[in-house]
Design a protein around this ligand. Structure first.
Ligand code: FRU
Length: 292
């Protein structure tokens, strides 16, 4: 069991299950409603907690009613949020339609809350952690956090999720031990073949030991080990796709868990694909470890 710190954003997810995605200006009845904690980093910690790790989240939380509900949800899962600054403002929320037809999720996200500063992060004693996971956002603050960690705790492994294109996000790459790239990010770069992207990236940081991972939906995952070896792991397809919300976040948790357990690179990819696939075959992020 490891002690993991996740740095990112927490959201309140309000998920309505609908038979199929509605047309604009229609009124439809939802078959279910779930209100739960969300946000990429927090979702990753939710899965890591179930895999037996001690998890601490740091990110800003708001002092409104949604914030109280969100904090309760996080605490029930046993994730430590004692270091989170609670500030005045509105809790980031996601209104999500989950289509029974396809398992696809459509997210409308609202956020207007200042993000974590380096000063907030700097209050934490990092010596207690075995792994740090960052959402690649909130530059340049995240950049300062990573530089500080690299200087003060050079052997502490850091993973970064690169989900959306953001100004200067490439400046974070060399600071990571593991980089998770989304399909959305690569598509934005105009890259249709993850192998090309990974080869180019390897050429840029030939001397840094970085695992570079590109989950590619139902086409599986492409990964380049720090040594430059390229692997492809097919997607794990459950009997029925029920809910894809947080599948990428689950993948990241699976990969981090596999690293902490010192699995080989192909086995890490395999485990992450398997748990992400299992997640798509069930609702929500809970009880995942029962099937793995
Ligand atoms: C899923 C998710 C949701 C959240 C949204 C934020 O990956 O993290 O939990 O509402 O994305 O963009």
């Amino acid at each position: 069991m490891a002690n993991i710190l996740g740095v990112g954003n927490a959201t309140l997810d309000i998920i309505h299950g609908v038979v199929s995605y509605p047309e604009e200006d229609n009124e439809v009845r939802a078959a279910s409603k779930v209100c739960c904690s969300g946000g990429n980093c927090l979702n990753t910690l939710t899965v890591l907690k179930q895999l037996g790790h001690d998890c601490t989240f740091i990110g800003t939380l708001a002092n409104d009613m949604d914030g109280t509900c969100l904090q309760q949800e996080i605490k029930i899962q046993g994730i430590n949020i004692n270091h989170c600054p609670i500030i005045s403002g509105k809790t980031p929320t996601s209104y999500i339609l989950l289509s029974k037809d396809t398992g696809a999720r459509t997210i409308v996200h609202y956020r207007d809350l200042p993000e974590l500063s380096f000063e907030d992060f700097n209050h934490i004693d990092l010596s207690q952690f075995d792994w740090l996971h960052f959402e690649g956002r909130n530059l340049p603050e995240i950049s300062k956090m990573l530089s500080f960690t690299r200087t003060e705790f050079p052997t502490l492994p850091c993973s970064i999720e690169i989900e959306k294109p953001r100004e200067n996000i490439e400046s974070l790459f060399s600071q990571a031990d593991v980089l998770f790239f989304s399909q959305h990010y690569l598509t934005y770069l105009g890259c249709a073949h993850p192998e090309d992207f990974l080869n180019t990236l390897q050429g840029k940081f030939p001397h840094r030991q970085i695992d570079k991972i590109c989950p590619w939906g139902d086409q599986g995952t492409y990964g380049m080990f720090s040594s430059g070896e390229l692997f492809h792991e097919p997607a794990y397809v459950p009997r029925q796709i029920i809910d894809t919300l947080g599948a990428g976040d689950t993948f990241n948790a699976g990969y981090i868990h596999a690293c902490l357990n010192k699995y080989s690179f192909p086995k890490r990819l395999h485990f992450a694909c398997r748990i992400a696939g299992e997640k798509c075959g069930q609702k929500g992020l809970h009880s995942l470890t029962n099937i793995i």
